[in-house]
Write a protein that binds this ligand. Structure first.
Ligand code: IMP
Length: 511
């Protein structure tokens, strides 16, 4: 007969944290948000750590190399999506590993003969106001000059004039020579009071640009996640069908962390895959498995040759319809609490600490901190990053509001990589487990993440915690009634929105 688990399946929004003693010595700058990803003989996980406890989902609409670079620069880790051919996924990993912090490839270029009107169109399209003029209009052509929005007056100058009449010609451009260090590049910018320094090779071809604003950004975010050779770190997803070809190519490209990406990790397919990768690469690669929602799932995955971390969560993702379609899943808070309890027992019995990632369904910053307090070492998010500038999808304006598209890996759009049909031989996607949607555009990743991290630190101070281990140890949670959820928002007041429309406040998302 079927068993029924005692208690109901709970979500994060049903819990609140009870404040503990805040100490005067606590300040946000002193709080340590680093977290283990590699399993180890202690919860400090020295084998592989991330500097902030946040990773991005391996999804087409979330993590390409651009987003992975932006997130690693802030101390987190991006997982490059696996629903693409092996060569292109490995190329994305390579792009992250070869990213030279501070040196960017110019994505807005023009050539002699183009008009001011063309340049203005280009600036509008990319949002960049510094445009190299190269022999062939590409980012690697011979540099002939630079034009910026300070070089012309859009409403005064003749927009049909050629770009060469307005650009700063190469003989007057301050540039760096290929091979110079970032420090040297920044000193040139400083010495010549410039905002942008083109870097060229001996033949005069453009190689990269260095911006003053990136230097300032780096000073504000000194948390970059770097490997021992000072390259940015990156993760990538594997599937249970082609890991024997995919994993070696990703390792060759320099990937730091691999993770099987499946909506249901309690499967023999996945165990075989984990064992194969571990056998082949030993401890050189940090390896994750999942997703699971029960003690049984945890025991099964750790009984193999050794996963480093496990991902918890089925059916909670914002674009996920797995629970509706198949009737499987579990409230994310219950799933997490159950798996964390088993992990802690496992640690006590074996001395091996297995980090846990809470994956999906986090709809605001409060829920991130709840997941961490409940025992997750780090969280994985899709929607959160899909909303930022750096995600791969295009912006769309709907009724004057800007949105970005966001679709699940289990949609037809994410094509037939069959993440959601491990047990189906035909390889054909029989039904969808995700939706194709839009999410509001929120701006640059670094600003959005900075706000989130400030809030997490602020809650940690409320709980008297200096690091994430203390957060878990100090956490005392209370279940809330439906009525107290209503009370948690503003009550019986009206708020003015920015455009002065009167609207009743709600207790919805706070991001
Ligand atoms: P979000 O942060 O709530 O948007 O959830 C992201 C997570 O949803 C991912 O990390 C995956 O675990 C999961 N996911 C991605 N695509 C799908 C899908 O098509 N159906 C169900 N879950 C998905």
């Amino acid at each position: 007969m079927a068993k029924i688990i005692e208690g109901v399946s709970r979500t994060f929004s049903e819990f609140l944290l009870i404040p503990r003693l805040t100490r005067k010595a606590q300040t946000p700058e002193l709080i340590d948000l680093s977290a283990p990803v590699g399993s180890d003989s202690s919860a400090t996980g020295l084998r592989f750590r991330i500097n902030v406890p946040i990773v991005s989902a391996a999804m087409q609409s979330v993590t390409d190399s651009n987003l992975a670079i932006a997130l690693a620069r802030q101390g987190g880790l991006g997982f490059i999506f696996g629903s693409q051919d092996i060569g292109s996924q490995a190329a994305m990993v390579r792009q992250v590993k070869s990213h030279k912090a501070g040196f960017v490839s110019s994505d807005t270029n023009t050539k002699v003969g183009e008009t001011l009107r063309d340049v203005i169109g280009l600036m509008k399209k990319t949002g960049h106001s510094t445009v190299p003029v190269t022999s062939d209009g590409t980012s690697q052509g011979r540099l002939l000059g630079i034009i910026t929005d300070q070089d012309f007056w859009q409403h005064e100058d003749d927009l049909n004039s050629p770009v060469e009449s307005y650009m700063t010609k190469i003989e007057n451009v301050i540039f760096g020579e290929e091979g110079l260090s970032l420090k040297e590049a920044n000193s040139l910018l400083h010495m010549h009071k410039k905002n942008c320094l083109p870097v060229i090779d001996k033949e005069g071809n453009l190689k990269s640009l260095v911006f003053k604003k990136d230097y300032e950004d780096h000073m504000r975010h000194p948390n970059e996640l770097l490997d021992s050779s000072k390259r940015l770190c990156v993760g990538a997803a594997l599937n249970t069908r082609d890991y024997q070809e995919r994993a070696p190519k990703l390792v060759e490209a320099g990937v730091d962390v691999l993770c099987f990406d499946s909506s249901d990790g309690l499967s023999e397919y996945q165990k075989e895959g984990l064992d194969w990768v571990r056998n082949r690469f030993g401890q050189d690669v940090v390896l994750g498995g999942g997703n699971i929602v029960s003690k049984e799932g945890f025991d099964y995955l750790v009984s193999g040759l050794g996963v480093d971390f496990v991902k918890v969560g089925i059916g909670g993702g914002s674009i996920c319809i797995t629970r509706e379609q198949k009737g499987v899943g579990r409230g994310q808070a219950s799933a997490l609490l159950d798996v964390v309890a088993r992990r802690d027992e496992h640690f006590k019995n074996t001395g091996i600490y297995v980090p846990i990632c809470s994956d999906g369904g986090l709809s605001n910053d409060t829920q991130i901190v709840l997941a961490l307090a409940m025992g997750a070492d780090f969280v994985m998010m899709g929607r959160y990053f899909a909303m930022t500038d750096e995600s791969p999808s295009a912006k769309t304006s709907i009724n004057g509001q800007i949105y970005k598209s966001y679709w699940g890996e289990g949609t037809r759009r994410a094509q037939n990589w069959q993440r959601y049909s491990d047990s189906v031989d035909s390889g054909e996607l029989l039904f969808e487990e995700g939706v194709d949607a839009y999410v509001p555009y929120v701006g640059g990743l670094s600003e959005v993440l900075a706000t989130t991290l400030k809030k997490i630190k602020s809650t940690m101070i409320n709980l008297g915690a200096d690091d994430l281990i203390e957060l878990k140890d100090n956490a005392v949670l209370t279940l809330v009634s439906e009525q107290s959820i209503v009370e948690a928002g503003t009550s019986s007041v009206f708020q003015f929105t920015r455009n002065s429309e009167l609207e009743a406040s709600t207790w919805g998302e706070n991001r």
